[in-house]
Design a protein around this ligand. Structure first.
Ligand SMILES: [Zn+2]
Ligand SMILES: [Zn+2]
Length: 65
């Protein structure tokens, strides 16, 4: 059950896969050391526990609004 990242079309590594809060797809998240070079971004939500993630296509969509 190998899944492909919808952003870069590379196979997902479970260790580095996170789920987008907008579309629910799994995408890569390698680290926060190289912002802009990942397939998703960290989303901080007030009142929510922990971190949420948004894939780059969804993040661009949100920013464009
Ligand atoms: Zn990816
Ligand atoms: Zn998404």
């Amino acid at each position: 059950m190998e899944e492909l990242c919808p952003v870069c079309n590379e196979p997902l590594d479970e260790i580095y896969a996170v789920t987008c809060v907008v579309c629910g797809r799994k995408v890569h998240f390698h680290s926060s050391e190289l912002p802009g070079d990942d397939c998703c971004q960290v989303v901080t939500q007030l009142g929510a526990c922990g971190l949420s993630f948004m894939c780059n296509p969804c993040a661009m969509h949100v920013k464009a609004q």
